[in-house]
Design a protein around this ligand. Structure first.
Ligand SMILES: NC(=O)c1ccc[n+]([C@@H]2O[C@H](COP(=O)([O-])OP(=O)(O)OC[C@H]3O[C@@H](n4cnc5c(N)ncnc54)[C@H](O)[C@@H]3O)[C@@H](O)[C@H]2O)c1
Length: 446
């Protein structure tokens, strides 16, 4: 364990670093919908093994982004921040935060978590566009732990280098700052094409750019797949169903999208991206996969991007009133990030070329969901002995234009062709996410 000199041990003592550390390392037991303990994510399908221990993954996302010194020794030295695994293996953290000066010292990881050692024939060169975003960074963690060579391509519009910086320096990892609107050449075996802003404030910030990213970005990546004969997976969305008249939504429902509304740049952008994908498939024989992702939440979601789950949790943690847009009767289904990544990896390695919905069919009204989030935040606060001056209120604001009234995936195809079903219940995933945001608030980075 490395050591660094303390700036002021007394002040650091004032900060509740021990509690924070405990929180990072004791995220609680995760159980699935049937009450069975979840110890691994991923699975073995189609001759492909994507299983990874949950504990190792959690080490990468559940600890605070900036780790505080772990031990203060009497002579005023602080032993360097380290993350200890249950088997005793330690990884030096990437950065140490000094609360009393609000400063941070960056270090390089001296050891990476162990990744699978694959024979060259099984080790794939995988390009992940948008790999520094919320979904992308979790996908990158999985693919890295599985032993593949991963290149992240991102322009950091909504993503951040910090989401994957724990892999920088690893021989299997590469990060490239690049805008997918411009052509990009690389040799690769698989492309996960995720690059596109996903939250309404971000994709509406520059509607023309969102359209360009959807169309030209997908065109460039499909061109690359055609040249390299790489398998191509695009992250499409439930938004292509628009405000659906069919409920729940199966893949053969064509949707009900307003082509000129404020959401159209994203909804129509993804629809045309799917059209392009099947154009390359039929015309040029590109091996394609299309995942239609329904609302997904989890750690590393940008808390400022206006999506409902992160909004609710951060508001409740900060003691602010929780904002529901509309009367709260519109419904949504929410899936936890690990279920999505399981589905994406299974789809990529399956023979299914039709679009596949990946989402959690448990449906909530937004009003019910706000109450659930409030309960879970209070439960976590009680565990840490945090006193509340009042109970946060749920307040209602006018609904934005074209906000869909209901959304629930029909996941029959995913079940039949991928043997995939969501495992995480919403409560479990929310609790993990609340702990993640709380840790970030404690360290001062939220
Ligand atoms: N999270 C969800 O609930 C959800 C639901 C449906 C679909 N999706 C899709 O999944 C993908 C990832 O979504 P997310 O939630 O991680 O969003 P995100 O905003 O966190 O990630 C998107 C990433 O793409 C990058 N990016 C954006 N434009 C780019 C460009 N022109 N060139 C290069 N990089 C660019 C961003 O910097 C970011 O890192 C998106 O394609 C999104 O449409 C997500």
């Amino acid at each position: 364990m490395s050591t660094v000199r303390s700036l002021s041990p007394t002040n650091i003592n004032d900060f509740n670093w021990a509690q924070l550390q405990g929180q990072i390392l004791s995220p609680g037991r995760a159980v699935d919908k049937d009450g069975k303990e979840i110890t691994t994510v991923g699975f073995k399908r189609f001759g492909f093994d994507s299983e990874v221990p949950l504990d190792v993954l959690r080490l990468l996302y559940l600890r605070a982004h900036y780790v505080l010194p772990t031990t203060i020794v009497p002579n005023g030295e602080i032993s360097g921040a380290a993350v200890k695994r249950s088997d005793g293996v330690e990884y030096q953290s990437k950065s140490i935060y000094y609360p009393e000066t609000g400063s941070i010292s960056y270090t390089t990881l001296s050891r990476f978590p162990p990744v699978k050692l694959l024979p060259p024939a099984d080790r794939k060169r995988i390009l992940v566009t948008g790999g520094a975003g919320f979904v992308g960074s979790h996908l990158v963690d999985r693919l890295m732990l599985l032993g593949h060579e991963v290149t992240v391509l991102d322009n950091f519009f909504t993503g951040s280098k910090t989401t994957v910086s724990h892999w920088v320096g690893h021989p299997n990892f590469e990060m490239v700052r690049h805008d997918v609107v411009e052509p990009f050449m690389i040799e690769c075996d698989q492309i996960y094409h995720l690059a596109c802003p996903a939250s309404p404030p971000h994709y509406q910030f520059n509607a023309v750019k969102t359209m360009k990213t959807s169309f030209m970005g997908t065109l460039n990546m499909l061109g690359l797949a055609k040249r390299t004969k790489a398998r191509f997976l695009i992250s499409s969305t439930s938004e292509i169903y628009g405000d659906p008249e069919v409920h729940p939504q199966p893949e053969d429902y064509w949707g009900n999208v307003n082509p000129i509304g404020p959401r159209a740049c994203y909804d129509e952008g993804k629809r045309v991206a799917e059209t392009l994908t099947y154009g390359f498939h039929r015309q040029d024989g590109v091996d394609v996969r299309v995942v239609r992702i329904f609302n997904t939440y989890g750690p590393r979601m940008n808390p400022a991007d206006g999506r409902v789950v992160s909004n609710f949790i951060v508001q409740a943690l900060k003691g602010e009133d929780m904002t529901v847009y509309g009367d709260g009767t519109q419904t949504r289904s929410f899936q936890y990030i690990h279920d999505l990544i399981d589905g994406m990896i299974a789809l990529m390695n399956s023979g299914e070329t039709r679009p596949v919905n990946v989402g959690n069919p448990d449906e909530f009204t937004i009003g019910e969901f706000a109450e659930l989030v409030r309960d879970i935040v209070e439960k976590v606060q009680d565990e840490y002995g945090i006193k509340r001056t009042r109970r946060v209120e749920i307040v209602y604001r006018p609904i934005p234009t074209d906000d869909p009234k209901q959304r629930r995936p029909d996941t029959t195809r995913a079940k039949q062709t991928l043997d995939w079903e969501p495992r995480w219940n919403v409560r479990m995933g929310l609790e993990e996410m609340v702990r993640y945001y709380k840790a970030r608030m404690d360290e001062g980075s939220l």
